[in-house]
Design a protein around this ligand. Sequence first.
Ligand code: 1GP
Length: 227
Amino acid sequence: MLLPYNEWRHVFKLDPAKDIEEDVLQAIATSGTDAIIVGGTDDITLDATLDLLMRLRRYPVAVALEVSELEAATMGFDTYLTPSVLNSGTLEHVIEKQVEALEEVGHMLAHADLVGEGYIVLNPDAKVAHVTQAKRLTDDTVIAYAQLADRVFRMPIIYLEYSGIYGDPKLVASVKKVLKQGRLFYGGGIDSGERAKEMSAYADTIIVGNIIYENLEAALATVAATR
Ligand code: 1GP
């Protein structure tokens, strides 16, 4: 059975802009992970997205598209995640791109499972931080953002994004404590079973990205460690 987003504990994120060998893809898809998110920050094309979707559909695992590039939005995914970068310095990455996307492809996704993600971007050196002009936040401000996303906007997913570096487990734990309804996603620098275990003690769902392309064995170890 394919799990819905609110039951995911472990997720691999694949970047359509990066090549992935068939045996690596197979190992990831059959690893026992709960879902695979297809998403990246730049150079996302429709062809690459469709190619990855087609290859992943051979395996019994939930596949979600993170709709960051309008031209890559296509049908066939189990879930559509719509990211809003809440601490972006520009409205473009909070609501404008999302409105533009829905104007274009909203009709196509009328019956799809569309789920909003409230991103809080916390690694100032990550590409996503540059692209969205993410504001630097103190820990107290991170908690306030999380409360806003969870309690006021009632977003289904609050995503602490450290992309490329390992974050602060204490801060993740503090955010988890204030959430009332949203699911806490954590992503960034999980490159071992130990780190997967540590973050999954606080976050509801951990997202593992880069390490897939660097060290498959270490990536696979994060699955078992989350259980
Ligand atoms: C990126 O949160 C994910 O969007 C995962 O981060 O690539 O650092 O694992 P890493």
